[in-house]
Design a protein around this ligand. Sequence first.
Ligand code: PLP
Length: 278
Amino acid sequence: SIAYSNGQFVDLNEPVIPVEERGHQFGDGVYEVIRVYQGKPFMLKEHLERLIRSAQAIKLPIEERLTDYEHLILKGIEKSGLSDCDVYIQITRGISPRNHLFPDVPVSTTMTVKPSKMLNPELREHGVKAIFHPDERWANCYIKSLNLLPNILSKQAAHDAGCFEAILVRDGFVTEGTSSNVFIIQDGKVYTTPLSKQILPGITRMAVKKAAENLDIPFIEEKFTPEQLKQADEVFITSTTSEILPVVHIEGEQIGDGKPGEITKSLYKEFKTFIKSL
Ligand code: PLP
């Protein structure tokens, strides 16, 4: 594992964040998570584009630095010596005496490169359990912001209920998971929440859309209710670190026959061929 902070590669445990860092004081920043397979970052361009969009949305002027971030990430991977790893990169509004107003200081960049968080293979094989939870987040969930308090509280509520993920519900419809996008399969068709300010445009979601197209499985971007999810044939969630993960129980009730579904499995198989073709 390796870490980076404002120009220097450091040991992961090196104390490098000053108290008056705005990421720490306000959560005033954005981030990305990139999975590296066999030394190659998966969909790096898409992650960098989303990082720039998130930054623009909070008025962090970094669009000209896209290639600098790209080089930094590649250098971090190389320096880590790891081939299967997760890159976390955070950009904040910088270090300045605490004041809500934007300071006139350079942005801060930190990064870690650590071995891939390996999901317990049992979870992938048998599927995971989930709860529903009210979506208590703000109006701009398309920004991958460092403010993750509602996500953390909902994820912990899921964990405390013996579940893997909390599926968030706003105004009677499923939005997404605390750290994942949500999909249901009904009558051979994949449904997922349409992109809007209410959800993060997942990079894995993009890959699933492409996988569905390749397999001629209809991919429908349409809102669905918690009730529709409960009645679905199959349910799965996606994220960079979980990839495609079947959900087989919701609120203590079995989904379908309680086993990972065939369409979910075929999408995952197709997803893995994307990784191999890197
Ligand atoms: N939605 C939220 C709220 C997330 O935090 C994440 C990722 O952590 C996702 C969706 C999935 O996005 P991606 O596939 O880009 O990892």
